[in-house]
Design a protein around this ligand. Structure first.
Ligand SMILES: Nc1ncnc2c1ncn2[C@@H]1O[C@H](COP(=O)(O)OP(=O)(O)O)[C@@H](O)[C@H]1O
Ligand SMILES: [Mg+2]
Length: 385
């Protein structure tokens, strides 16, 4: 019998963990590289290697015996991915796509060049120069490299913001009046077929600039729904490489859809697909890696995903209120197995399935009121209530 293919995954966080949870059902072999020996994938990967995925030599050595190379984080060595592709391995996303996406400046230019609607912007050598573009103000200043989950993004208006501005190459992007933030996941196969999931509506937590919760279907018109899906497919076609693309969009006050940014990997905006769709985003990724037919993206009913984010400081994890949440019919819990909680750190999520938006509202409210991830205090008993 032929040797089963080995998937080498760069990054061992929650996205990798949920990928492996599904891949295990197919008996797939997944090797994981992450610098943190206690990363969420450490306990469930077929092989777990501690090392830096930003270091080209480390990545090339790690993936030497693999057939397929994937990522669950964007800050990996593109140089290594190029070399692994040259060696004949299937690399998803393509290194050239990742190179563009790693740099918010190249990404914005890519949209402009491909006629993909995006907010007006300028590229700055340093964030300190933002006042040189008064027609874009008020604006968002985004560090070109290295930002994630709202880190590396700040609102700027005038001189008062100068001392906070990033002293690094930045995108200065006009602030748009947002009615709703949407995300559409698209999967593009090796032969260029695409499937898209229904758009999701994202609600952000302004404290952390993270997704607080999302729901699908989004509360938009049938026309907007269709336009958002078509736009996401256009983005995947523009990248013209196989992959899973999470396309974040703004629906503006005047009804325009603008592409904000794209992640070429599994994404927080697709976690509900585990329970709400026949083939989840993680299942699609496995199908892409293995060159299998793409899965069914249809949405069963209504679903919400509520992030469980650490609050109250740093320490060993205590999850409060689980019973209250699991008591609501149609709720599912995902804990990522991170050993330490920190304020603003994604620790898990709850998925809720319901017959309508009112049912989702209830599940979201119960989760928000009862469920908290906090540091365990000495002397306090561990409880699920
Ligand atoms: N041009 C803009 N106008 C209004 N809000 C914006 C704009 N750009 C970003 N934001 C807000 O900031 C959030 C984070 O920005 P984003 O570019 O997606 O960075 P990150 O990489 O941190 O996700 C967005 O989800 C949105 O809420
Ligand atoms: Mg974003």
């Amino acid at each position: 019998m032929a040797k089963p293919p080995v998937i080498a995954l760069l990054g061992g966080g929650q996205l990798g963990r949920m990928f492996i949870e599904n891949a295990l059902r197919y008996n797939a072999i997944v090797h994981v590289l992450d610098p943190d020996p206690s990363a969420p994938c450490a306990a469930i990967a077929t092989r777990f290697v501690v090392g830096d995925f930003r270091d080209a030599d480390t990545v090339i050595r790690f993936a030497a015996d693999a057939d397929i190379v994937g990522i669950e984080i964007e800050q990996v060595s593109v140089e290594a991915l190029h070399e692994l592709k040259r060696q004949g391995k299937r690399v998803v996303p393509d290194p050239d796509v990742l190179r563009i996406i790693q740099d918010k400046g190249l990404q914005k230019q890519f949209y402009a060049e491909h006629g993909i609607p995006t907010a007006p912007f300028a590229l700055l050598e340093s964030g300190l120069h933002f006042q040189g573009h008064p027609h874009l103000l008020p604006a968002f200043l985004k560090a070109r490299i290295g930002g994630y989950d709202g880190k590396g993004v700040m609102g700027v208006q005038g001189a008062a913001d100068l001392d906070r501005a990033f002293e690094a190459p930045c995108v200065l992007e006009q602030r748009v009046e947002i009615d709703m933030e949407l995300a559409v996941l698209v999967v593009r196969s090796a032969i260029g077929a695409t499937v898209a999931y229904e758009p999701v509506e994202m609600v952000f937590d302004p404290r952390f600039n993270l997704v607080d919760h999302l729901r699908a279907p989004a509360r938009i018109t049938a026309m907007q729904n269709e336009t958002a899906m078509a736009l996401a497919r256009r983005v995947a076609s523009a990248f013209a490489q196989p992959g899973l693309y999470a396309v974040e969009m703004f629906l503006t006050r005047n009804g325009e859809l603008l592409v904000n940014e794209v992640a070429p990997r599994a994404h927080n905006s697709g976690h509900h697909t585990i329970e709400a769709c026949p083939s989840s985003q993680f299942d699609q990724l496995l199908r892409l890696y293995m060159d299998w037919p793409l899965g069914d993206t249809g949405l069963h009913g209504h679903s919400a995903m509520i992030n469980l984010v650490g609050e109250g400081g740093t320490g060993p994890v205590e999850v409060k209120g689980l019973d209250d949440v699991l008591h609501v019919p149609g709720t599912f819990l995902h804990l990522y197995g991170k050993q330490e909680t920190r304020t603003g750190r994604k620790m898990g999520h709850v998925t809720a399935l319901a017959g309508d938006h009112a049912g989702l509202d209830q599940a979201i409210a119960v989760t928000r009121v009862h469920c908290k991830v906090v540091p365990r205090m000495p002397g306090r008993t561990i409880t699920n209530n």
